[in-house]
Design a protein around this ligand. Structure first.
Ligand code: PEP
Length: 254
């Protein structure tokens, strides 16, 4: 039985005061209304709000993570933050390979793989994102693209390290567009990804990997998505910026 995950990716939103207020509100709703015994909740604020996030979530059972990291440990990489720095503030998770990083910052599978390996070496849990564009889906090349993103991003990752990796399937055409993949479309891809993991790592390991769906998940479509056999929760963008909506998505995963 795989424990579900609901993760909130705040992207480049919220100043420090707003971040602290939202974290406090989410923490309050979770404490008063929700149980975390069958769902892991993770918040991904901006880098500079991360230390506050860790502090405000202490004792709540909710995890904190960063939206990206650099692949090197330290050095002359102005503006960048390494996995060990993320670890040093007490955060436990990091998102790697988000489509916005691929699209706007030129991150390809090779860079993503270097980042994944660096984060794993530091002992962080990785949410590794993959997803096809609309053109790739319409030209029916999405299975090949997804397989390549998955397998190349996990190059040199062994079965034991895979325990610390969660896959997030996020079709680019569904991110921030209000267009969600149907539950059947998402399930088809999740089953395909699990098959690919099974071919590489064996079936029992593949069955233990959590695969999240991301792309316009909202309180009203979350339940249906999370009921699918191979969908183990969601990576939530826009709806994670509203405490009540995010909490309702966590409720849908319980
Ligand atoms: C995301 O950014 O990971 C995401 C899924 O965004 P949204 O929920 O807004 O589509």
């Amino acid at each position: 039985m795989r424990k579900k995950i609901v993760a909130g990716n705040w992207k480049m939103n919220n100043g420090l005061a707003e971040s602290q207020a939202l974290i406090t509100e989410v923490r309050g709703i979770i404490r008063d209304e929700l149980r975390l015994d069958n769902v892991d909740v993770i918040l991904f604020p901006t880098h500079y709000a991360l230390p506050s996030c860790v502090r405000l979530l202490e004792g709540s059972g909710v995890f904190s993570g960063a939206q990206n990291c650099h692949q090197e440990k330290s050095g002359a990489y102005t503006g960048e933050v390494s996995a060990s720095m993320i670890k040093s503030v007490g955060a436990t998770h990091v998102i790697i390979g988000h489509s916005e990083r691929r699209q706007y910052f030129g991150e390809d599978n090779e860079i993503c793989n270097a980042k994944v390996r660096s984060a794993i070496e530091e002992g962080l849990m990785v949410l590794y994102c993959i997803g096809e564009t609309l053109e790739e889906r319409e030209s029916n090349s999405h299975f090949d693209i997804l397989k390549s993103q998955l397998i190349n991003g996990l190059k040199e990752i062994n079965a034991q390290q895979l325990n610390n990796i969660v896959i997030a399937y996020e079709p680019v055409w569904a991110i921030g567009t209000g267009k969600t993949a149907t539950s059947e479309q998402a399930q088809e891809i999740h089953a395909f990804l699990r098959e690919q993991l099974s071919a590489k790592y064996g079936d029992s390991i593949a069955q233990s990997v959590r695969i999240l769906y991301g792309g316009s998940v909202k309180p009203d479509n979350a339940k249906d998505l999370f009921l699918q056999k191979d969908i183990d929760g969601g990576l939530i963008g826009g709806a994670s910026l509203k405490a009540r909506d995010f909490a309702e998505i966590v409720r849908a995963a319980q």
